[in-house]
Design a protein around this ligand. Sequence first.
Ligand code: TMP
Ligand code: MG
Length: 361
Amino acid sequence: MPHTKKGGGVFIRFQANAQMTVRVQFTSTTPLRFASIFNLRSSPFSTSRLLFSGRRNVIGMDKEGFLQPAEAVVADSDLLKKKLDALRFSGPQKLQVIADFDATLTRYWIDGCRGQTSHGLLKQGNPEYDTKRDELYKYYHPLEYSPTISIEEKTKLMEEWWGKSHSLLIEGGLTFDAIKQSVAAATIAFREGVVELFELLEEKGVPVLIFSAGLADIIEEVLRQKLHRSFKNIRIVSNRMVFDDNGCLVSFKGKTIHSLNKNEHALDMAAPLHDQLGDVDGAINDSASVRKRTNVLLLGDHIGDLGMSDGLNYDTRISVGFLNDNIENSLDSYRNAFDIVYLNDASMLGVVKLVRQLFPV
Ligand code: TMP
Ligand code: MG
């Protein structure tokens, strides 16, 4: 039974269909004030979906567009349009994609349960240590996404978390076999459309850098087990383990990457891989070098993920943020930080459409 309520220049329409799905439609000709959004939960059981039809959010909102109105928010559509034109004009040979892994390429909710991260899925064959790491997750994860803690304080907290977690993995005796078994048993899945995106980018010769504060060895195993194929255009920058001759974890290579220092690592960690990526086609020429790919499509789920492109001297960057949780409190900061924000654990199909629209066959 449709019901329309008018208030403060914003029309709010509640509509229930046969499955009692509630659609919330905001119609406004003035900039939308997201602080007033209420009752919008992001659990898997939440049926609320936002439908923005204010003038500031109209780009590409047709049926085939990459901004499905139910799940996308754009704060500055004029700026986005300019950036899209710039990427289209320069072509795929000037583009590189930099993507976060956990909760960006992977789903936040899976069958009503939180999808596991590359850290979180690990069972190190020692329940005492698994419990200790789980307790750390319960304590630090809400702090990681808290919109009220300062960046300085949060950075210290994240250093603490990663330090403790990596030490527990070494102390508790992690083996490479345990990694394989953990991935096989894990609640982890790629967002719908991720494989299509990888295929499309491979076809267009666009390199992808997966830049994660997770664990490189696990991410590689997840790619192997879940995708059953490799992509020659994908490279991974993440925390890498060192195993001894018996296959036991003894240390981690280099400096720790956590969710808030990706900017510091962007250049030193990614640069050598950027060079390798430039050669993925075997076509070694000027435009193949990633250093010369001056346009960036960045995908992340944390504001800190924006630091992944620091140090790259890019001309144009389109940033896409997946806001998976705590939408009421975080939407304002996400829409100001990212060019496009996908809500409610959206699929990757919007990004696939965006790339297709930029570079049609
Ligand atoms: P990302 O950079 O690929 O998103 O990976 C980082 C995620 O890993 C971050 O959101 C927090 C998560 N994490 C765990 O789940 N368990 C841990 O022990 C640690 C240190 C991080
Ligand atoms: Mg993430």
